[in-house]
Every structure is written in C-alpha cells, then in structure tokens.
Design a protein around this ligand. Structure first.
Ligand SMILES: NC(=O)c1ccc[n+]([C@@H]2O[C@H](COP(=O)([O-])OP(=O)(O)OC[C@H]3O[C@@H](n4cnc5c(N)ncnc54)[C@H](OP(=O)(O)O)[C@@H]3O)[C@@H](O)[C@H]2O)c1
Length: 262
C-alpha cells in the first residue's frame, strides 16, 4: 500500500504540530499549513530529520487559493489526498458580545469555519477517490458548553460539529469526524490566561489558571496521537460523530495501532 497523504492545518505549533510529527512517524506523507513560514519549515525539517516526508505550504487558511495550493501540492508530490485534518483555529475575540469587535468576530468564523469548508471543498474530489477518505475537524467542548466572552469561538465550534454531520450525510464514502481534544497545553491556552480575565467570569477564568498551575493540561502529543490515528484509521461507521480524544473506542484504536507495531 502506498503511504497515505494527509493535509493538516495549524501544523506550526501545539496540537497540529504534534499530530503532524506522529503522522509522519506512522508513515504518512504530510502537507503542512499555517501562516508562519519559519515555524512551519521547522516542523518540516523535524519530520525529514526523522526520516519522514513532509512539505510546508504557508498561508492564511481564510484564503481560498491556500486550500487549492495545499490540495495541488498534496496531489502533485504525494499522489493524492487521503485525509484532511482541519486543526487551525483562533480563540479571539475574548470579549463579551456587547463589546466584541465585529471584524474580529467575523475573522474567527472565517478561520474556524470557512477555512475547513474551503479545504474540504477543494479536497473532496480526491478524498472520494481515496480508498477511504477521512476528514478530521478539530472541535472543542466549547461546541456544546457556553462560556462568557467566547461567543465567536463557541459558535464556530458548534458550527464545525454540524458541518461534520452534514458532510458525513452527503458523502457516504468519506469518514468525517469532529474531535474534542480536551484542555491542551498550547499557545491557545496561554492566550486564554493572558487575555481572558475580563471576559470570563472569575470562576471560569480560575478554572483555566488552576488547570495550568496544577499540571492538568494535556501535553499536545496525547490528543495529537488520537488525531493522527483517526485520520489514518477511523472506521466509516463513526462518520458524523462528535467524539472525545480519549473516548474508549478511540483509545482502543490507538492501542491497537501501537500493538500492530506502528
Ligand atoms: N488548546 C486547547 O486546550 C484546545 C481545546 C479545545 C480545542 N482546541 C482546538 O485545537 C486546535 C489547535 O489548537 P492549539 O491549542 O494547538 O492552538 P495554537 O497553539 O494557537 O495553534 C493554532 C495553529 O493554527 C495556526 N493558525 C491560526 N490561524 C491561522 C490561519 N488563519 N491560517 C492558517 N493557520 C492558522 C497557527 O499558526 P500561525 O499563527 O503560524 O498561522 C497554529 O499553527 C484548534 O482547532 C483549537 O480550537 C484546543
């Protein structure tokens, strides 16, 4: 079997970087995207130094031509598109609805919802041709739990869950999942601690500060491993679901893959 070709956005740091490194270790050829070219190339070099295959395509996922370039590069250099991981996202604006800057609110939905839409649309013809095409949309608990000051982010993640469900309905040959990665120790969490104080309630804010202080945030490698394995192995029967990174069936998939020697 040829090595699967996977496109992953937001791959320059955090969860996306961790998932990309593992995908390459598992034998996938990875097309990386984020805006910061230097950080993205650093991840590409890490993958290549470990013997893996990767290419970096920098650009803002809000721009339709970035999705087209990602798909073109994956098909030209890596033979197709077997899976897409829509991981790039922003949390801002961290402000109450009454105070939110409309342009930042709109940008949030452009990155978090339009980005995945554009990439899936560009990749669909190739995903349909793949032996088992998969779309992994990185969601959040915010999709189902309202938080003060997070209106755009909560709306965007609820939208990504429904986007996933409709995609699964319309594309029976593709497996589409929305994945909840837990609370992960990344730059996004640091941004929450830095900018969230005035927007969240003191109790909500304290929960994030305490989780960080107590070491309760997950290392990106743990949910990153689940994302990578779901992109390569998620069964079609799961398509359309909103699934937690450590749900028993996901952990069984992870354990099985490593037992198989991956
Ligand atoms: N961390 C958590 O606790 C947590 C919890 C639930 C869900 N999530 C979700 O997990 C995913 C990854 O988050 P993270 O915590 O790893 O965040 P992060 O550290 O802030 O990383 C975000 C990634 O997205 C890229 N990005 C941002 N805007 C972009 C744009 N317009 N176009 C292309 N790339 C863009 C960033 O790189 P550039 O800045 O270089 O573009 C970076 O690589 C997100 O979907 C997030 O909503 C995270």
């Amino acid at each position: 079997m040829t090595a699967p070709s996977v496109i992953i956005t937001g791959a320059s740091r955090g969860l996306g970087r961790a998932a990309a490194l593992l995908l390459a270790r598992l034998g996938a050829r990875v097309t990386l995207n984020a805006r910061t070219e230097s950080a993205l190339n650093q991840v590409r070099r890490e993958i290549e130094a470990a013997g893996g295959r990767a290419q970096a395509i920098a650009g803002d996922i809000r721009e339709p031509d970035v999705s087209e370039r990602l798909v073109a590069a994956a098909t030209l250099n890596f033979g197709g598109v077997d899976a897409v991981i829509n991981n790039a996202a922003m949390i801002q604006p961290l402000s109450r609805i009454a105070d939110s800057d409309p342009e930042t609110w709109r940008r949030n939905l452009d990155v978090n919802v339009m980005g995945p839409f554009l990439l899936v649309q560009a990749a669909l013809p190739h995903l349909r041709r793949a032996p088992h095409g998969r779309v992994i949309n990185v969601s959040s608990g915010a999709a189902v739990r309202a938080t003060h000051g997070w209106s755009a982010y909560c709306v965007s993640k609820a939208a990504i869950n429904m986007f996933t469900a409709v995609l699964a309905l319309e594309e029976p040959d593709i497996t589409a999942l929305a994945v909840r990665p837990g609370m992960v120790d990344t730059a996004m969490q640091a941004e929450l601690r830095e900018c969230g104080r005035g927007a969240m309630t003191p109790e909500e804010y304290q929960r994030f500060v305490e989780s960080h202080r107590n070491g309760a945030l997950l290392p990106p490698e743990l949910p990153g491993r689940a994302l990578a394995l779901l992109a390569l192995r998620a069964p079609r029967a799961w398509s359309g679901r909103f699934i937690q990174w450590n749900a028993p069936e996901v952990q069984a998939l992870v354990a099985q893959s490593f037992a198989d020697g991956d």
